[in-house]
Design a binder for this molecule. Structure first.
Ligand code: TYC
Length: 98
């Protein structure tokens, strides 16, 4: 009887929804100041933090901008890609399950 209760609990328990990292990828063409602007506007970073993350992407190839629920992460990626395209920069932004 007690065992049934434990089994029922393990079968019906739901997992919390996964979170997604939003990452910027390095390239050779997007200006550093543009990347800093992206981090300030879309990820609400102050200039100091935005500069630190930009330099991390520049030297290590990629860097985390933030961690969000799936739909929020997808919207951030689309906003960044649209903004970069509209300024004709090849900046790439992707999301990754945490
Ligand atoms: N590597 C770029 C340059 O030297 C700067 C850059 C940083 C580009 C971060 C993209 O996600 C990026 N101008």
């Amino acid at each position: 009887l007690g065992d049934d209760t434990v089994l029922e609990a393990s079968r019906t328990k739901t997992r919390p929804p996964p979170l997604y990292k939003v990452l910027l990828l390095n390239d050779d063409f997007t200006p550093m100041d543009f990347v800093i602007q992206v981090l300030q506007v879309f990820f609400f970073m102050d200039r100091e933090k935005a500069t630190r993350i930009m330099l991390q992407v520049h030297t290590q190839g990629r860097g985390v901008c933030g961690v969000y629920a799936k739909d929020v992460a997808a919207t951030k990626v689309e906003q960044v890609l649209q903004f970069a395209r509209s300024h004709q920069h090849p900046l790439q932004c992707v999301m990754e399950e945490n």
